[in-house]
Design a protein around this ligand. Structure first.
Ligand code: AMP
Ligand code: ZN
Length: 467
């Protein structure tokens, strides 16, 4: 698999530390509000990445955090805590807010067929982990205490800005929107690991620590949760491009200083979803949620379809006109697939050829648009039997996750259990070379309108008469 690596600033062959096993970390949502479809574009890209890795033969271990403390309104440690602001506005406790919007996030993921990562951990459940890391950073001289807070000293590193490729523009982002200068910092670029004396004293969630009662900074969460769940060597770390600086830059700084070696080899970043003039974000007041799409009469999966038709590293401009066109194309696609009859022989070599093309598109820096083209080529190919087409579509959908196979095709026979038992019995007969008996079962089922098809994965059945 070839992927663009933000760290090396080029497309590279993806080689995990352990052959065939991928350790993947994803920055999770800050659960102070509904996720907007921009956020969800990034989660769709990461979902496709995970599924594509699995599809091409890797075993993927994936972890993600839920940010329920410490993410301030400015990424550069100034402003107020987004969770606290939301709790005040909604007259709820921070934990109630976190619970409500975490549930809402999973609901949106489900509607978009985004798989929940194997490990999901809340920032507030890992305080002891951050304390352990911060203590070591202090001991080793990478961190210092000032004005009651613990800061990371970025001048202790030779190449703090390596992820951004030293692009001055991006590097000063934090300073630009970071309103006022923090006089506690030794260097303007230093960032907070632990707050005990925040500018606002009404922070609801605080914990005891060797550095005083307080709460963790946002960046340390991901370092802690990743190392705790995936170990010292990470293969791939994901997020949206706005996370490159300062968040991921700071994650690298603190993780590698703590571990004493390189931490993560590949950095995967999804480009933004923009509205006409600006990035979609809550602060711009231009957000659209999955519920908005549903209310406007669109299928959430039409939005996934729209995302898959563009490359994850290109800015996608959202308009309702383009969603409308994608929604229509998606429905047409579903309709077309539903007309395919599960009939004919299974064409092994054609299946493998198309599957190879599909995988090659994914291996080409996750070119989902080309992968979709392969799907359309399958639909157009008149030399393919219906059975082969459906098997290919079913297979591709493990990555695309567009619910392409209609209910008609997936419908189980009312006597499914019994049929499966007969299929097993037939396989036994065949093993014992009792072909007459095996054919007897085939005939018996055929008389009931059930046709058996032997595929590479085993025998499946299709119904010739469907009610
Ligand atoms: P947050 O909940 O703010 O921590 O963001 C969750 C994820 O969404 C992060 O990976 C961000 O980089 C990403 N993100 C934020 N805004 C956008 C956008 N307009 N388009 C795509 N991804 C975004
Ligand atoms: Zn993160």
């Amino acid at each position: 698999m070839k992927l663009y690596n933000t760290l090396s600033h080029k497309i590279e062959e993806f080689i995990p530390n352990t052959p065939e096993v991928v350790k993947m970390y994803t920055c999770g949502p800050t659960v102070y509000h509904f996720a907007h479809i921009g956020n969800l574009r990034t989660y769709i890209a990461e979902d496709v990445l995970e599924k594509a890795l699995k599809y091409t033969g890797y075993y993927v271990q994936r972890a993600m955090n839920i940010t329920d403390v410490g993410h301030l309104t400015s990424d550069s440690d100034s402003g107020t805590d987004k969770m606290v602001d939301s709790a005040i506005a909604e007259r709820k406790s921070v934990l109630e807010i976190a619970e409500f919007y975490t549930e809402a996030f999973w609901k949106d993921c489900k509607r978009l067929n985004i798989r929940k990562p194997d490990v999901v951990s809340k920032a507030t459940d890992n305080i002891d982990v951050y304390i352990k890391i911060i203590e070591k950073l202090l001991k080793d001289g990478f961190a210092y205490q000032s004005n009651g807070n613990i800061y990371f000293d970025i001048t202790k590193l030779d190449d703090y800005y390596k992820l951004t490729n030293h692009k001055a523009d991006e590097m000063v982002t934090g300073v630009r929107d970071g309103v006022e200068e923090d006089t506690g910092k030794r260097n303007q670029g230093d960032f907070v690991l632990w707050f005990t004396k925040s500018k606002f004293q009404d922070q609801e969630l605080k914990w005891d620590s060797p550095f005083g009662v307080g709460y963790p900074g946002w960046h340390i969460e991901c370092t802690g949760i990743s190392i705790e769940n995936l170990g010292e060597y990470l293969d791939i770390h994901c997020g949206g491009v706005d996370n490159i600086f300062p968040h991921h830059t700071n994650e690298i700084a603190q993780s590698e200083s703590y571990l004493g070696h390189k931490w993560c080899n590949y950095w995967f970043h999804g480009e933004h979803l923009n509205t006409k003039n600006a990035k979609m974000s809550k602060s711009q007041g231009n957000i659209i949620t999955v519920s908005t799409l549903i209310d406007e009469g669109y299928k959430p999966l039409a939005y996934r379809y729209m995302c898959l038709n563009s490359h994850y590293r290109k800015i996608l401009e959202f308009t309702f006109e383009s969603l409308k066109a994608n929604n229509a194309a998606y429905l047409k696609l579903l309709n077309r697939i539903s007309m395919i009859k599960s009939e004919g022989d299974f064409q092994d070599s054609a299946f493998n050829d198309y599957n190879e093309k599909f995988m090659n598109a994914l291996k080409d820096d996750l070119n989902t648009a080309n992968a979709m083209t392969v799907l359309f080529d399958v639909l157009k190919d008149e030399s393919l039997t219906g059975l082969t087409k459906l098997d290919l579509i079913r297979s591709f959908d493990k990555v695309l996750s567009l619910d392409l196979i209609s209910e008609y095709h997936e419908k189980e026979h009312p006597q499914h259990e019994e049929i499966m038992a007969l299929i097993e019995k037939r396989a036994e007969f065949k093993k014992q070379h009792k072909f007459t008996e095996a054919d007897g079962i085939r005939g018996e089922l055929a008389a009931r309108g059930i046709e058996l098809v032997d595929t590479r994965e085993g025998t499946i059945y299709k119904m010739t008469e469907v009610d």
